[in-house]
Ligand binder design. Structure first.
Ligand SMILES: Cc1ncc(COP(=O)(O)O)c(C=O)c1O
Length: 395
């Protein structure tokens, strides 16, 4: 990954070579769809829904237009809407809360756990009221929320657990896939997700036949037959061209997740944990590392220093949901210190199935050098014997 000036460039999402290698196969399958003329609710979508349900370990997968509408439709399919409250983590992509608002319900923002970055029973429970109908854990960055305690809490209060698994395809918890751990689950296939389409896409997963039937109606104008509409729904179908691409990528997913896990291991083995805080998995979880988010004070400084030498990073969700202008009607004054801290200190560094061992070492060396340089102790102890003063590597 070097540019014309021969400076190494390491992208945040190191996925392009893996995707590019499959373009001919995607094109061939999409061409078959184009020739069939079945572009919406056709057989390619039905095949993908079967395959993805089997992969996750759920009875039903219903493909929808995106991961945000998946949340809205899943909540509405459980008759959750106006007057109801849904507990969501205060640190996530805004869509987790938008999906709730678009269903007519009120999001209530729980702090995240300072170790796992996910909502926990201890942070959700104090927010449960007579109006609460669901809790919506987000498997943030590809880790898995502590589902055992969240399911126990939900059961004791008769609540739905809707997993927002948009970032956790391929992650497991106590041997089962994220998306098969709560009452129902939603996914996004936005490009860049570990299972990304070539445009927008999403899905709802459930074991409940009635909920599945209602999701199928809601995604298609509430239609229960030709010209018969039992509820007001949406135009929210995953289209067959996207399904065709996803069917090419799905059989590769486990290998890609395995490669991501090896990158995470390599970051640790190279000594990254000596200079910044590393992400920590929820006990029982095997994360999928959609993003690899480290934490350090002076995160913005570090990002700027890495950018100078061609290493792309990104601070995610720097404004927590309870402070988003669009969420002001649902914000209350309570403190969410762990969400605030993650928003201030988190930095996603390069991750992906196409990241090479050399790239990992280069990133770790550069982070160590930047942090020690900022502290003014350049030249002191190398990370596992490597010289931290090494200039950006050239190939
Ligand atoms: C945690 C989370 N929830 C929901 C979504 C919404 O998905 P989409 O962009 O497909 O609407 C995303 C991602 O984009 C996400 O990261």
């Amino acid at each position: 990954m070097s540019d014309g000036a021969d400076v190494v460039r390491i992208p945040l999402f190191a996925i392009r070579p893996a995707i590019a290698a499959l373009i001919p196969e995607v094109a061939e399958r999409q061409r078959a769809v184009l020739e069939s003329g079945a572009y919406v609710l056709g057989p390619e979508l039905a095949e993908f829904e079967r395959d993805f349900a089997a992969y996750i370990g759920r009875r039903h997968c219903i493909g929808v237009a995106n991961g945000t509408e998946a949340i809205t439709i899943a909540l509405r399919a459980h008759d959750i809407g106006p007057g109801d409250e849904v507990v969501v983590p205060a640190l996530s992509f805004v869509a987790s809360a938008e999906g709730v608002v678009n269903a007519g319900a009120a999001p209530v923002f729980a702090d995240v756990d300072p170790t796992t970055d996910c909502m926990a029973a201890a942070t959700a429970e104090p927010l449960i009221t007579d109006r609460t109908r669901a809790i919506l854990p987000v498997h943030l960055f590809g880790n898995v929320a502590p589902m055992e305690e969240l399911n126990a809490l939900a059961e004791s209060r008769d609540l739905l657990v809707l997993e927002d698994a948009a970032q956790a395809v391929g992650a497991t918890y106590r041997g089962r896939h994220a998306g098969a751990l709560g009452g129902a689950a939603t996914f996004s296939f936005y490009p860049g997700k570990s299972l990304g389409a070539v445009g927008d896409g999403g899905a709802v997963l459930t074991d409940d036949d009635e909920v599945a039937a209602k999701v199928r109606r809601l995604r298609d104008h509430g239609a229960s037959g030709r010209w018969m509409h039992t509820e007001v729904g949406y135009t929210s179908r995953l289209d067959d061209l996207q399904a065709a691409a996803l069917r090419v990528f799905l059989p590769r997913l486990d290998a890609w997740i395995g490669a991501r896990r090896r990158v995470a291991e390599a970051y640790e083995a190279a000594g990254l944990g000596d200079v910044v805080r590393l992400p920590s998995a929820t006990p029982g979880a095997d994360p999928a590392f959609h993003l690899y988010v480290i934490r350090t004070p002076n995160r913005d400084d570090l990002a700027a220093r890495l950018a100078e030498i061609g290493i792309e990073t990104r601070a995610y969700y720097t404004t927590p949901l309870h402070r988003q202008p669009s969420m002001s009607p649902w914000a209350n004054g309570g403190a969410r210190p762990s969400a605030e801290r993650l928003a201030a200190e988190g930095l996603a560094i390069p991750m992906g199935q196409s990241l090479e061992p050399d790239d990992v070492e280069h990133v770790v060396d550069a982070i160590a050098a930047a942090i020690r340089g900022a502290r003014g102790d350049e030249g002191s102890s190398p990370v596992q014997g490597r010289d931290l003063r090494t200039a950006p590597r050239r190939r």
